[in-house]
Design a protein around this ligand. Structure first.
Ligand code: FAD
Length: 475
């Protein structure tokens, strides 16, 4: 069984950035283990905003440059009009009037906040970050199932399972597929264990480590992600269904030469209304809708009825006939829905919550993000709906703080000192939690951030901090 100073569970952006941060500080006895059987193209497109990019730059300049380049190349490839100097994402009201817009170019954000913005597919971000690390230190096919605190040795034992089944090659000569598949079945799963002095749980919103960390505590219930109250419905490939006349109408009234547009009520600050994003990318038409909905209602809806549900929500919110007609051409087989979950940064009453009165007696307003030798980062600590594009950005901030603090403990030879470890976990939380509370509040409550002064205040607080100074203060 291998012994590591640090085991990072999860090779998403946050786990990998944490590893890069350790490496940049000269720490090398770590490994990143991920459950995926192989690294492959999955996930959505992510906006990296000034705070996430600044955090990455402070963590490791080479990683920052590589991610920035991948993002800029992606934007260049996908831009509808490559000559357009200041591309924007426009929000329109039901009459097609512009009510708000966000610049999309790196340079415009850079001028405003001292750092830019790039869009990057999740897999490209993962690949670019993986490339900054030695191959043998980032391993797929390791699903963490359990961890055991070995107090006598001051280590954590982590148990993983790997899938060893191989696909039978139908073109192989002299093979016996029956025998091969029988042997594959017998060794379809293999268990491995490793030991770590410290564990960083970066295993996402549905974190196994979080559940294990909180089990047998009064707040075990909060090991599970909580439904946020919001969901998304997505459909693409409407090109052949929608009549040309209707496409032309949507083009002239709403898209107006953009590839993508958000349409919402004039009350842009209302979270209780649906908003639809319509896109036409290389002649592929589609949309996604974000709306508040009861969990049970969406869970019990079959894919055929998702169209009805989408239409119902648009009708309730007074969307014009053109938009509703467009959505009515959705192909049920191509409809997808997604429930958004959250790990709340605070148990404060101002957020919508299950009944946590009893929990508050035990832990006050705050769930611990670190216990013993295990610490949560990224979505495993504070995952949330993507309405403000902050999940990965906040996770990169976590990575900067926790990797710098862990490196400090290792360099000071304090891995056996439980008090020193508890202290860095406290520092990590006290630095990261107050901002997370604000960002989550803004995410769940659009009125907080979508008005002039509040918006400016939010942008100042989130995008304009000096991360070099922050890092220097942690060393
Ligand atoms: C539609 C959508 C749009 C988004 N847009 C943005 C955006 O524009 N900007 C932004 O900043 N954020 C955005 N986000 C959020 C962002 O994707 C997440 O916040 C971010 O990916 C979190 O990173 P992470 O590394 O913490 O977790 P993840 O990206 O979820 O990675 C977790 C990793 O852990 C692995 N894992 C899970 N369980 C185990 C286990 N038991 N053992 C081993 N490995 C395990 C998984 O395979 C995965 O690789 C969006 C999210 C969605 C859903």
């Amino acid at each position: 069984m291998k012994n590591y100073d640090v085991v990072i569970v999860g090779a998403g952006p946050v786990g990998l950035a944490t590893a890069i941060g350790l490496q940049a500080c000269g720490i090398d006895n770590f490994v990143v283990l991920d459950q995926t059987t192989e690294f492959r193209r999955v996930g959505q497109i992510i906006d990296l905003l000034p705070n996430g990019l600044k955090a990455l730059k402070s963590l490791d300049n080479a990683a920052y440059e590589a991610v920035k380049k991948t993002g800029l190349d992606f934007s260049q490839k996908t831009r509808s009009n490559p000559d357009e100097k200041t591309p924007k994402w426009i929000q329109r009201n039901f009459q097609g009037e512009e009510i708000q817009s966000f610049p999309l170019s790196y340079d415009t954000w850079f001028t405003e906040y001292g750092e830019g913005r790039v869009s990057i597919p999740w897999y490209d971000l993962q690949t670019t970050l993986r490339e900054q690390l030695p191959l043998e230190q980032v391993k797929a096919n390791h699903r963490c199932l359990n961890l055991i605190n070995e107090t006598e040795t001051g280590t954590i034992k982590l148990d993983f399972v790997s899938n060893t089944a191989k696909v039978v090659n139908p073109y192989a000569h002299w093979s016996n597929p029956q025998a091969e598949s029988a042997s594959d079945q017998s060794q379809a799963e293999q268990s491995t264990s490793v030991r770590a002095k410290l564990v960083v749980a970066a295993d996402g919103i549905n974190s196994t480590i979080r559940r294990l960390l909180y089990q047998n505590t009064p707040y075990a219930i909060l090991g599970e992600p909580d439904y946020s109250g919001f969901a998304g419905i997505y459909c693409s490939g409407l090109d052949d269904q929608v009549p040309d006349k209707l496409k032309a109408e949507i083009q002239s009234k709403f898209l107006q030469h953009q590839r993508v547009v958000t349409i919402t009520t004039d009350k842009i600050n209302s979270i209780d209304n649906s908003r639809i994003v319509i896109f036409c990318l290389k002649n592929i038409w589609g949309y996604f809708i974000h709306f508040p909905i009861q969990l049970e209602k969406l869970e019990s809806t079959k894919s055929q009825n998702l169209v009805d549900l989408a239409l119902e929500s648009l009708k309730k919110d007074g969307f014009p006939e053109t938009i509703r007609e467009f959505v009515s051409f959705s192909v049920p087989a191509q409809m997808k829905s997604r429930l958004y979950y959250i790990h709340r940064a605070t148990l404060d009453d101002t957020l919508k919550f299950p009944d946590t009165t009893n929990l508050k007696h035990c832990i006050g307003n705050q769930l611990p993000w670190g216990r013993g030798r295990v610490v949560l980062a990224g979505d495993a600590a504070h995952g949330m709906p993507p309405f403000l594009a902050q999940g990965a950005n906040q996770g990169l901030e976590d990575a900067l703080v926790i990797s710098t603090l862990i490196a400090k403990v290792i360099k000071k030879n304090q891995l056996s000192d439980e008090k020193a470890i508890a202290d860095i976990f406290d520092t990590y939380q006290s630095l990261r939690r107050p901002l997370m509370e604000k960002v989550q509040q803004a995410t769940l409550n659009r009125s907080y951030y979508n008005q002039g002064e509040k918006l400016a205040e939010y942008q100042q607080q989130v995008y304009c901090r000096d991360f070099q100074q922050l890092r220097a203060s942690l060393i």
